[in-house]
Design a protein around this ligand. Structure first.
Ligand code: IPM
Ligand code: MG
Length: 369
């Protein structure tokens, strides 16, 4: 197979460049062994971009992002930029990419590999075989709502953010949830705080309406966000697709990630809507974990979340399901052999470095190809 797809790679900060290097090892392997050609461009984002350009992402990079068939991002942020004004902070680069490309659907699968059962802090019988999908709305809600900021009212300072969702924003994420559930186990849990928040009650109403509007072949139930956090650690097997807003999705996906043993295992895809003119669907893939400045540069980070993000890229952006399956299989085999980066290390396993893990995955791919 050959093709010419434009891939924009944004390694970012901290462990970002290290984990991206291992994903690039897979990209190279795909080019050589599967004859799948990517045009790769690499650029700065986050603190790395701020240090050079004074902003967390440049207009030129945004242009490239809009032209790309897919974006692979490492991680952004770190204490070095703690005192930078909010608009130029590393996180602002990530948020601009999400917002300007309208990547509203954020897929965060939490899968427990059998080989990693012991790495989870939960009992094996609770997490065995777990496969849930958190679908996080990514471009609205309190992350972007106006007004926001600090203001003085009657001589008292207030910090404020605004939680706000339009009906179309809820409808489109619910539609994605139902579509995904249809390809999985047919069950959607919609999560909000309808008991306390006006926007939560509205979310529930619109979710119900969208369900009735041609989606009743899928099961829909509703859950309060606090209960969902509790249920995730109590009995995660009850979930198939969890759909929720930007902030609850941020929190619940970290929680779900730990069911799998480590944040270092969780990939993600952020997908927008099809551009009618070009037919392109904008998409960005990134590990759920952060830049982990405490271990940056030490060759200790787990590259599997990034490698699995690349697998999602193959599957969702390039329709290369077979190659994605092969990559997922290679990761599973490597874990099955007991290779572990420090974050998922357990008794009797073999500790490997970031690079060692990437090389081991490539060695398995060689056997599968
Ligand atoms: C995430 C991260 C980001 C978020 C940060 C880095 C802005 O925590 O992708 O989950 O809060 O969305
Ligand atoms: Mg987060």
């Amino acid at each position: 197979m050959s093709s010419n797809k434009n891939l924009l790679v944004l390694p970012g900060d901290g462990i970002g460049p290290e984990v991206i290097n291992e994903a690039k090892r897979i990209v190279d392997w795909m080019a050589e062994k599967r004859h799948f050609k990517f045009n790769i461009e690499e650029d700065l984002v986050g603190g790395a971009c701020y240090d050079v350009h004074g902003s967390a992402v440049t207009d030129a990079t945004m242009e490239k992002a809009k032209q790309a068939d897919a974006i692979l991002l490492g991680a952004v942020g770190g204490p070095k930029w703690d005192n930078v004004e909010r608009a130029a902070r590393p996180e602002a680069g990530l948020l601009r990419l999400r917002k300007d490309l309208d990547l509203f659907a954020n897929l965060r699968p939490a899968i427990v590999f059998d080989a990693l059962l012991d790495a989870s802090t939960l009992k094996p019988e609770v997490v065995k075989g777990l496969d849930i999908m958190i679908l996080r709305e990514l471009t609205a809600g309190v992350y972007f709502g106006e007004p926001r900021g600090v203001e003085v009212r009657d001589g008292v300072r207030y910090g404020l953010d605004t939680q706000i969702y339009s009906e179309p924003e809820i409808v489109r994420i619910m539609d994605v949830a139902f579509d995904m559930a249809r390809k999985r186990n047919g069950k959607v849990t919609s999560v909000e705080k309808a008991n306390v928040m006006e926007s939560g009650a509205f979310w529930r109403e619109v979710a119900t309406k969208t369900h009735q509007d041609g989606n009743t072949d899928v099961e829909l139930n509703h859950m309060y966000a606090d209960n969902c956090a509790m249920q995730l650690v109590r009995w995660p097997g009850q979930f198939d697709v969890i759909v929720t807003d930007n902030l609850f999705g941020d929190i619940l996906s970290d929680c779900a990630a730990m069911l799998t043993g480590s944040l270092g295992m969780l990939p993600s895809a952020s997908i927008g809507s099809r551009d009618e003119q070009t037919g392109r669907i904008p998409a960005m893939y990134e590990p759920v974990h952060g830049s982990a400045p405490d271990i940056a540069g030490e060759n200790k980070a787990n590259p599997l979340a990034t490698i699995l993000s690349f697998s999602m890229l193959l599957r969702y952006s390039f329709d290369l399901g077979e190659d994605a399956d092969m990559l997922d299989q290679a990761v599973e085999t490597v874990l099955g052999k007991g290779l572990r980066t420090p974050d998922i290390m357990t008794d009797g396993a073999q500790e490997v470095s970031t690079q060692g893990m990437g090389e081991a995955v490539v060695a398995e791919l060689d056997k599968l190809a």
